[in-house]
Design a protein around this ligand. Structure first.
Ligand code: NDP
Ligand code: 2IT
Length: 450
C-alpha cells in the first residue's frame, strides 16, 4: 500500500488549505502501522474516506451594526464524521477563519472526540466575524443572524456546536436563545450554556483543567510533578485562564500569558488575585493583556507571543502550555524552549506546534502532549453536558470534575498504550492519532460503505 499516494491525492484535491493539509499529514504519517495491522480498513479505504467531510455547509450572515450599516460575514459548519455519534465541535469567530481552518479543526475533532470514549462525532464551524471591538448588541445581532441559517442543520442528535476562539459564554447565550426561539425546543443542541439554562458545572474550566491533569500524568511517568515548576502559558482566553488556575492550585508558577498584541512576563508568578484580575479584564472589560503589565509592574513584550518572547529574551521555564492558536510555536521557538530548559509541552490549543516544532520535541525527548489528546477535556465535559440535558439532571461540580479527571487519565493511558504497540514508546502524538483512528475506523467498517 502506497500511503504517500493517499496524501498526494488528498493534497491535489485540497489545494491551498494548508492547515488542513498539515493536520491530515500528521495523522496519515502515524497510522500506517495500525492500517497494516487491519487489512479490512485498507480494503474499505477508511483513510481515503476519513479525510473527506460528510458535508460542508457555507452561508451568508447579514446583520446591521450600531450605526445602522449592513454588514456581511461568511458562516461555516463542517460536519466531518458521525460514525461514533452526532457531529460535535465548537464554533470559532475570528477574522482569519476560512474553510481550510474549519476543515482542519473538524478533522482534529474526530479523533479527539473518539479519545474521550463518549459517543460524539467530529464537526466544527464558525465565521470570519470579529467580536473584538463590537458592542454586546452587535454581537447579539450577529449571533442571531448566524443561527437563523445554522438552526436547520443542527439538533441534539444531529450536530451539537459549542465555543472556541471568540465564542464564549456570551455568544453561546445569544446563539442558544435564538435557536430555542425558532425551534420552540429547550434541548441540549449547544454546549457551554450558562448553568442557569442547562449548562454543566466545570464546562468553562474543563479544557484548561483537563490540560493540566494530562500534563500531570505525563510528568508522573518520569517521577515528576507540577509543584514548584515554572510554567509558560500563551493566550489569555478561556483555555489559558483555567489552565493557569489549575497550575496555581497544584503549586506551579505561571509566569506568562499573551494575547494577539503582546506577552506579559511576571517572574513572581500569577496568584489568585492576579488571575481574577485577568478574568475580569478579558471576560468582562474585554481589554488587552498589556494592562496586566501596567497594573502589576510586569514585563510586557509588544508584538510577540509567549514563545517568540522566550526566544527573544531567554526566559527559563519547565513546562510550556500553548493555549492560543494553531502554529504559534515554530521550530525556532521550539529550539528556544529546549534551550531554556523546557521538559514538557502540553497543548491547550488545537495544533499550536508546526511540523518542524514537533520534530524538535521528538529529537529532544520532550514530554509532548498533542492537542487532540491534551485539550479533549473541553469537549469531554460538553459530552457530559449533553448527557445531563438528555437525562434532565444536574451533576455536582465535584462529580463532573472527577469524571473529567478520569477521562483525561484514560486518554493519557490509551495514547501511551497505542504508542507502545504501534510506534515509539512515549510518543503521545502517534499514540493519540492511532487510538483515535482505530475507534472511528472500526465504527466505519461496521457500518459498511456509506
Ligand atoms: P479565546 O477566544 O477565549 O482566547 C484565545 C486567546 O488566544 C486570546 O487571548 C487571543 O488573543 C489569543 N490569540 C488568538 N490568536 C492569537 C495569535 N495569533 N497570537 C497570539 N495570541 C492569540 O479562545 P479559547 O481559549 O477558547 O481557545 C484557545 C485555543 O484552544 C484555540 O486553539 C481553540 O481551538 C482551543 N480549544 C478551545 C477549547 C474550548 O473549550 N474553548 C477546547 C479545546 C481547544 P486576542 O484576544 O488578542 O485575540
Ligand atoms: O476544540 C475543541 O475541542 C472545542 N473548541 C470544544 C468543542 C466542544 O464541543 O465542546
Amino acid at each position: 500500500m502506497d500511503y504517500s499516494r493517499i496524501f498526494e491525492k488528498f493534497n491535489e484535491k485540497n489545494k491551498g488549505e494548508l492547515v488542513f493539509q498539515q493536520a491530515v499529514k500528521e495523522v496519515l504519517d502515524d497510522i500506517e502501522p495500525a492500517l497494516e495491522d487491519h487489512p479490512r480498513y485498507v480494503q474499505d479505504k477508511i483513510a481515503e474516506r476519513i479525510v473527506q467531510p460528510d458535508r460542508v455547509i457555507m452561508f451568508r450572515v447579514a446583520w446591521v451594526d450600531d450605526k445602522g450599516e449592513v454588514r456581511v460575514n461568511k458562516g461555516y459548519r463542517v460536519q466531518f464524521n458521525n460514525a461514533i455519534g452526532p457531529y460535535k465541535g465548537g464554533l470559532r469567530f475570528h477574522p482569519s477563519v476560512n474553510l481550510g481552518i474549519i476543515k482542519f479543526l473538524g478533522f482534529e475533532q474526530i479523533f479527539k472526540n473518539a479519545l474521550t470514549t463518549l459517543p460524539m462525532g467530529g464537526g466544527k464551524g464558525g465565521s470570519d466575524f470579529d467580536p473584538k471591538g463590537k458592542s454586546d448588541m452587535e454581537v447579539m445581532k450577529f449571533c442571531h443572524s448566524f443561527m437563523r441559517e445554522l438552526y436547520r442543520h443542527i439538533g441534539p442528535d444531529i450536530d451539537v456546536p459549542a465555543g472556541d476562539i471568540g465564542v464564549g459564554a456570551r455568544e453561546i447565550g445569544y446563539l442558544f436563545g435564538y435557536y430555542k426561539k425558532i425551534v420552540n425546543e429547550h434541548t441540549g443542541t449547544l454546549t457551554g450554556k450558562g448553568r442557569e439554562y442547562g449548562g454543566s458545572h466545570i464546562r468553562p474550566e474543563a479544557t484548561g483543567y483537563g490540560l493540566v491533569y494530562f500534563a500531570r500524568e505525563m510528568l508522573s511517568t518520569k517521577g515528576l510533578d507540577l509543584k514548584g515548576k515554572t510554567v509558560a502559558i500563551s493566550g489569555a482566553g478561556n483555555v489559558a485562564q483555567f489552565a493557569a488556575e489549575k497550575v496555581i492550585q497544584l503549586g506551579g508558577r505561571v509566569i506568562t500569558l499573551c494575547d494577539s498584541q503582546s506577552t506579559v512576563v511576571d517572574k513572581e508568578g500569577l496568584d489568585r488575585e492576579k488571575l481574577e484580575y485577568v478574568m475580569d479584564l478579558k471576560n468582562k472589560q474585554r481589554g488587552r493583556i498589556k494592562e496586566y503589565a501596567d497594573r502589576y509592574k510586569a514585563e510586557c513584550i509588544m508584538g510577540k507571543n509567549t514563545w517568540e518572547s522566550i526566544k527573544e529574551v531567554g526566559i527559563k521555564i519547565d513546562i510550556a502550555l500553548p493555549c492560543a492558536t494553531q502554529n504559534e510555536i515554530d521550530s525556532e521557538c521550539a529550539e528556544a524552549l529546549v534551550k531554556n530548559g523546557a521538559i514538557c509541552v502540553a497543548e491547550g490549543a488545537n495544533m499550536p506546534s508546526t511540523e518542524g516544532a514537533v520534530k524538535v520535541y521528538r529529537e529532544n525527548n520532550i514530554l509532548y502532549g498533542p492537542g487532540k489528546a491534551t485539550n479533549a477535556g473541553g469537549v469531554a465535559v460538553s459530552g457530559l453536558e449533553m448527557s445531563q440535558n438528555r437525562l434532565g439532571v444536574v451533576w455536582a461540580r465535584e462529580e463532573v470534575d472527577e469524571k473529567l479527571y478520569l477521562i483525561m487519565k484514560n486518554i493519557h493511558d490509551t495514547a501511551l498504550l497505542a504508542a507502545k504497540r504501534y510506534s515509539n514508546e512515549g510518543d503521545y502524538l502517534a499514540g493519540a492519532n492511532i487510538a483515535g483512528f482505530l475507534k472511528v475506523a472500526e465504527a466505519m467498517h461496521a457500518q459498511g460503505i456509506v
